[in-house]
Unconditional design. Sequence first.
Length: 429
Amino acid sequence: MAFLIKNVDLLSMDGTESIVGDTNIYIEGDSIIHIGNLRTDLEVDRVIDGRNKLAMPGLINAHTHIGMSLLRNYADDLPLHKWLTEKIWPVEDKLNGEDIYWGSLLSMVEMIESGTTTFCDMYFFMDEVAKGVMESGMRAVLTRGLIEEPDNPNRKLDETRELFKNWNGKGNNRIKVMVAPHAPYTCSSDYLIRVMDLADELDTGIHIHLSETKKELEDSIKLHGKSPIRYVNDLGLFDFHTIAAHCVHVDDEDIEIMAKKSVYPVNNPGSNLKLASGFAPVDKMLKNKIPVSLGTDGSSSNNNLNMFEEINLAAIVNKAVNMDAISVPAYSALEMGTLNGAKALDWEGEIGSIEVGKKADIILIDMDKPHLYPRHNLISALSYSAQGSDVDTVIIDGRIIMEKREIKTLDVEKIKFMAERQARDLIDR
Ligand SMILES: [Zn+2]
């Protein structure tokens, strides 16, 4: 039995840079089975009225730390190093599993309500995040952040191995587990080699922060005589599928390495702007055919998980930085938030575009909003005018997770209450 989204406008993100007007999408099980004309031979048990709606692939937040929502608006207006060492890390030391559970659910509510269907997370107590993924119905790459503990180098690697064993492939393959060394400045080369051994053993990818700040670049040159990108490449990291958050301070030689190797840079414009980290050369990377994706980073450095905001920032910030109004056009920015995210998460065959045979991860935008009229160009409207709150319906893995802005899988009021309670308790602890 199938269900049908009827009379909907469609932006498929399959490479054709145009909208198909008034079409129909049939979904059966977890997959899209037909797009186009109405079919009398397909039995449907449910019809969603798509009039005045636009269907597009669910957004993919390719780098975040969702448990950090409990620290939203706790420490702001500080440079990254000071922010991390004096404010964030001391509180993070006190976090417990219950904090992560409620903080992650709060983030999932926020992501679903703003059209994100898949995210890639790096944090700890990742079992709690996995439980939330199972409950919410979202899709996720889960990674246990690894900051080296020289006295106990095995502990977090063992936790990653356990996480993989317990959760990889769970929820009808909605969960993937990868290995996540936090950054080259928090992991020694010996430790990074052990991390790679683990990725090899589990046959999975790597998620890391790379070249986020000028200080990181300068320290790397002092310590290793080369940029972070060259340093980890020489260690062999890019022989693995690598999701590389930030890549802000990269030069042409770094970009050449990234283009050749399986490196998937994630641009986090909101976080980079707020922490004054700088501007990643997104335009240059895209022109070198590197599929740059988008992330929000944690909600304490952004301070929200609204991917429509990141799409808009990616499109407009790069124009200003390059003093070139055609830099990162609207469609490219949308591609960064969808298909390129799927490539980054090694999920391109299944998600990132609306095509027959792919998983049904679809969002419906309510186009009946004043800021979305007139309808000269809907691709521009989505990139430059749309808001996360315009998302009306969210379908993940063929399941309706939100309809008419009502989340079906989670108790939103309870989650907001519990997150606030945990956050207060955490600061007082
Ligand atoms: Zn991050």
